[in-house]
Ligand binder design. Structure first.
Ligand code: SAM
Ligand code: DTB
Ligand code: SF4
Length: 360
């Protein structure tokens, strides 16, 4: 068995990422088979329970209030609506529901109580419940755990260095702090990132160093390809090449052998052959449903056809981690740079988002 290492260096990861593709695929597929059934893929459904109007300035995000995108904003959904959507997701083969809210952080009060009720009601459907609600305090993480939350998604998104180019309203340490708070409970951690935001291979490796050095490593790691949405500062970013996605998935699999690697945003741009190579490289989870949070995703029937063609089987709920191991947050190995977030490339488009701010 390959051991799970927490001390990967950026240089080692870059070397893995850049090796000849056939060697990379062979190694990743070998590691994958040591810990996972290569024919089983988890199917998760996203539900945007509160859409748009977010005060943050994440340069990739169509839900940031300051960018003028075409999305339809919505207040918090009702528990009944959420339950109905979860039942639909279950009947079309999903074992997990991930509820996303366009919040900077969770605020105690009636809305949080409503989310806790949503968690309880999906739990009763015997599905894994995941939430992604922004920053959390330790007490809030504990309340979510008591309600039966299975996973909390909080992405590092990129390397600590590049993070400042993408977001100015919070820092990398804020992200790590929320992950630590989740780790103090038995809720599993889902944390990954986005490629295609103009970052370098070094930044991709830097993000993997940060994720792999967490102890324990996240139980799931979503790898998103940027969905370049008109009106965001990243609207003109070039689409990620499938080869980059395959390399990123394979490298993630090697450095985090036990984690569930999720082939996340960007699948509408990928052929079945490309996705098959990602599954071979170690991806073993997808988001299903014709919408991610605000942007399109492949049709469920198309995904089911792909599963049939590749002989893939949707994973049953709670088969990977029944009782996640909890550790003291101090045991986390990643040492943040310790600087306050600041713009290091002042000419970056996000800072002077003229095009977007000119739109009404
Ligand atoms: N507001 C919460 C937060 O930021 O943690 C939760 C929702 S947020 C939309 C969840 C994640 O979606 C982000 O961390 C980011 O990785 C991903 N995401 C958002 N917009 C994206 C885009 N245009 N392309 C790819 N991934 C995106
Ligand atoms: C994650 O890493 N990707 C998902 C989920 N976690 C919440 C979100 C993708 C969002 C893509 C852009 C959108 O649809 O708004
Ligand atoms: Fe808000 Fe999350 Fe979007 Fe950032 S990624 S703008 S925090 S919804």
């Amino acid at each position: 068995m390959s051991i799970t290492r927490h001390n990967w260096t950026k240089e080692e990861i870059i070397e893995l990422y850049n090796q000849p593709l056939m060697d990379l695929l062979y190694r990743a597929a070998t590691v994958h088979r040591e810990y996972h059934d290569p024919n089983v893929v988890q199917v998760s459904t996203l539900l945007s329970i509160k859409t748009g109007g977010c005060p943050e300035d994440c340069g990739y995000c169509p839900q940031a209030a300051r960018y003028h995108t075409d999305i339809e904003g919505n207040d918090l959904m009702s528990v009944q609506q959420v339950k109905a959507q979860a039942l639909r997701a279950k009947s079309s083969g999903s074992s997990r529901v991930c509820m996303g809210a366009a919040w900077r952080n969770v605020k105690d009060g009636p809305e949080f109580d409503q989310v806790l009720e949503m968690v309880r009601s999906i739990n009763k459907l015997d599905m894994e419940v995941c939430c992604t609600l922004g920053m959390l305090t330790e007490t809030q993480a504990k309340r979510l755990a008591e309600a039966g939350l299975y996973a909390y998604n909080h992405n590092l998104d990129t390397s600590e260095e590049y993070y400042k180019e993408v977001i100015s309203t919070r820092g990398y340490e804020d992200r790590l702090k929320t992950i630590e708070n989740v780790r103090k409970t038995n809720v599993t951690v889902c944390s990954g990132g986005i490629i295609g935001m103009g970052e370098s291979t070094e930044d991709r490796a830097g993000m993997l160093v940060a994720l792999a050095s967490l102890n324990p490593q996240p139980e799931s790691v979503p790898i998103n390809a940027l969905v370049a949405v008109e009106g965001t500062p990243m609207e003109d970013e070039k689409p990620v090449e499938i080869w980059e996605m395959i390399r990123m998935v394979a490298t993630t699999r090697i450095v985090m052998p036990q984690t569930q690697v999720r082939l996340s945003a960007g699948r509408t741009q990928m052929s079945r052959e490309g996705q098959a190579m990602c599954f071979f490289a170690g991806a073993n989870s997808i988001f299903a449903g014709d919408k991610l949070l605000t942007t399109p995703n492949p049709d469920v029937n198309e995904d089911m056809k792909m599963f049939e063609m590749l002989g893939l089987i949707p994973q049953k709920p709670f088969t990977k981690v029944s009782q996640p191991q909890t550790v003291e947050a101090e045991e986390s190995q990643y040492q943040p740079l310790g600087e306050k977030p600041k713009w290091s490339r002042p000419a970056h488009k996000i800072e002077r988002n003229l095009k977007a701010s000119g739109k009404k």
